[in-house]
Design a protein around this ligand. Sequence first.
Ligand code: NIG
Ligand code: FE
Length: 413
Amino acid sequence: MFYDIVVGPIGTLITCKNEGPRKGEELRDLPVIINGAVGIKDGKIAFVGKYEEIEKCDVGKKIDASNQMVLPGFVDCHTHIPFLGDRSNEMIMRFEGKTYMEIARSGGGILNTMKFVRYSNEESLFKSARRSAKRILVNGTTTFEGKSGYGLDFDNEIKQLNVLKRLSSEVPQKIVSTCLSAHFLPPEYEGKREKYIELVVEKILPFVAQNGLATFVDVFCENGAFTVEESRKILLRAKDLNFKTRIHADEIENYGGAKLAAEIGCISADHLLMADDESIELLSQNEVIPVLLPATAFFLKKPFARARKFIEKGCAIAVASDLNPGSSYTYSMFQVLTLAVFGMGLFPEEAIWATTLNAAYALSVGEEVGSIEVGKKADMTIWDVNHPIYLFYPFGDNCLSGVISKGKIIFLS
Ligand code: NIG
Ligand code: FE
C-alpha cells in the first residue's frame, strides 16, 4: 500500500472516533492510541492504528510526531463569515457600560456591519472572506460554518452566500453555509416587520433552496431581534423547503428560543447563556445539539452558558467561536477551548469532543469530518504536548505545531 503522507509515529493519537455525537458522562472519556499512525491518500484518511502496522509501507512523506499529540482538525460550527468592517469602537462603548442591545438599537451592532457588507462588491467581500479562512486554517480549523445575515435584503444576502460557495471551492476547508436573513430587522422595514418576514419566506428562502446556496436556515430569536412566533414561521417554511434548521437562542434573555428548537427539531440551538432547566431538558430529549459559545460570553462580559447542566442532562454539547466583528472577534479555536475549560467548566476531554466530532454533527457532517477515521477527510492538528491537560496547564500558550487539511500540509514547525 502506498500513502501520500504518513503521520507517525505519533506519541498520543486522539481519534475522537464514536458512533454519532458523544453525550453526557461519556464526554469525560477520550480514547488514546499510544505510538499511533495515520496514513493519508488522495486527501482522505486511509489508515489509523499502531505505527508498527504501517512502518514498512511506501510513503511519499513521513511526519515524525513521536513526542507530540495529534487531534482531529477543529470544526467551528458557528461563525459569521463573511463580514467586513471594524467595530472596535463598540468594545469601548461596552467597557463604558453600554449593553450589546443598546449599541444595536442605536445603529451599531449588526446594522453597522450590514452597511459595510452592503457597500462592498462581491469581489472585496470574497477577498476578505478568503483572508479570514486562512487565519482560521492556521489556527487549526479545517471545517467551519459561515452565514449570511449582514446583507438583510435579497441581493446582499445572496451576495454573502455566493461568497461562501466560491470560498468552499478555493480553500482546503469544508464549509457549511447557513442562511440567516432573519438576523435583524433592516432599517428600511422599520414599522413593517411582517413585510420583511414575507420577503424572507416568499423570496429569499425559495431562491436559496433552488440554487443550493445553503444547507441550514437560522434565526436570531431574541427580544429586539425576532419573536418566537416570527422565528417559528421562518423555520417551518425552511423545513418545508428541505433546509436543516438552527437557531440563535436564549442569548440575552430566557426567551423561548431553545424550546422552539426542541419543538421544531432543529439540529442545533446556539448560545443558550440564559436557557432555563426546562429548555435544557427539552433539548436533550429532542436530541438538539446545544452549541455553546464561551468566547461570546467572555467578549461581552456575560456569565458563561451552564455547560455542566447540559452535560448532566445528557446533551451532546458542541463548542464554537461565533467569530464575528461585534460579539466575538476571535479566529482561534484554541482560545475558545481555553475559555470553555476555564470559564465554562469543561474538562479538557469534553472540550475536545465538543470542538471536533460533536461540532461536526452540529453541522450534519459528522460522517465526513470531525474525527480521524478511515474514509474521512484528512484533517488534523499536531501539538507539542503529550496529553490534553498540557493544552491548558501553561494556559494561553499556543503549542499548535502543525495543521493538515484535506491531506494538504498547511504548516509544520
Ligand atoms: O451570534 N447574536 C446575534 N448575532 C451574533 C452577533 C452578530 C454581530 O454582533 O454582528 C452572535 O453573537
Ligand atoms: Fe452567532
